[in-house]
Design a protein around this ligand. Structure first.
Ligand code: ARG
Length: 286
């Protein structure tokens, strides 16, 4: 287009050129869905009546792991435990910032044993600054780092008192956000971090006050449509360039592409039967 003019005739301030996107190599933790199944219902996506296929889950999970490797990331795996069908959702296992590990304490007894299991993996893999938490929190399902701050979900799983505990432990500002729609029960189902200062989210998943906070902090955020949110499009992982997201979220893929990111479609339909996708399967170690 031509030069934009402001109403008083002076040339408008030129738009800042978009920064070159660059991928940051991460170290990730995943858990093979060897014992994946839907045997209980702790979120509206789960229907124990509906059949699941562990073979398909394993295949889709393996494709995600290989995709991470092909993009230059490192993937560690934690041994799955029989009887813990949701352990594949590694994001819930802990929260790691600057090598410090805040353990997870689950809301539902069906998943309680996962907390110590994950913390044990950390203790045996060179992490020394570990905290067994006082308050219920579901790891990186509800804690997402954006630059040098943390966004923290509450409303369904993580206890709001955990936010102060995390702030004290990590020494980083924690902003609490209240989730209000049971379909988006973890923060990482309604909000995704794209870069050190950019996010995308689905406003109706948040309380009015939390929506206002997000507008205040991220006025230029990518806003997801209801359609994209409903296919778990926000359960995405970004390395600053590549944005891995569920393949059905075609609108979001186009929106992030418009911002200079490279959308990469991932098919994890089997795991969605438990209410999880890309980000849920991924715990960011560094
Ligand atoms: N079935 C699991 C639960 O309801 C899914 C967890 C998804 N994980 C996530 N990070 N959102 O707890």
């Amino acid at each position: 287009g031509g030069t934009r003019m402001s109403t008083n005739g002076a040339p408008a301030v030129p738009q800042e050129p978009r920064p070159e996107r660059e991928a940051v190599a991460h170290r990730l933790l995943m858990c093979r869905p060897q014992y994946f199944d839907v045997t209980y219902r702790i979120n509206p996506w789960m229907n124990p009546e509906k059949p699941t296929d562990t073979g398909t889950a394993l295949l889709q999970w393996e494709q995600l792991r290989e995709l991470y490797l092909s993009l230059g990331h490192t993937v560690e795996v934690v041994e799955p435990i029989e009887g813990l069908p949701d352990m594949v959702f590694a994001a819930n296992g802990a929260t790691v910032v600057d090598g410090k590990v805040l353990g997870a304490r689950f809301r539902h007894r069906e998943r309680t044993a996962e907390g110590p299991a994950y913390l044990d993996w950390f203790a045996r893999h060179g992490f020394h600054d570990l905290l067994w938490p006082e308050h219920i929190n579901e790891g990186e399902g509800d804690y997402l780092r954006v630059g040098r701050r943390l966004l923290a979900g509450t409303g369904f799983r993580t206890d709001a008192r955990s936010h102060a505990e995390a702030q004290e432990f990590f020494g980083l500002p924690v902003t609490g956000l209240t989730l209000v729609d049971p379909n988006f029960y973890h923060l990482d189902t309604a909000l995704s971090v794209l870069s050190e200062d950019e996010i995308m989210y689905y406003p109706p998943a948040f309380s009015p006050g939390s929506r206002a906070v997000l507008r205040e902090m991220f006025p230029d955020a990518v806003l997801a449509s209801g359609q994209d949110a409903a296919v778990f499009g926000l359960n995405a992982f970004s390395d600053g360039l590549n944005v891995l997201l569920p393949q059905a979220a075609t609108g979001l893929a186009a929106q992030v592409k418009e911002r200079g990111f490279r959308p990469v479609a991932v098919s994890l339909g089997e795991l969605l039967k438990a209410g999880g996708s890309v980000k849920c399967c991924t715990l960011v170690l560094s």
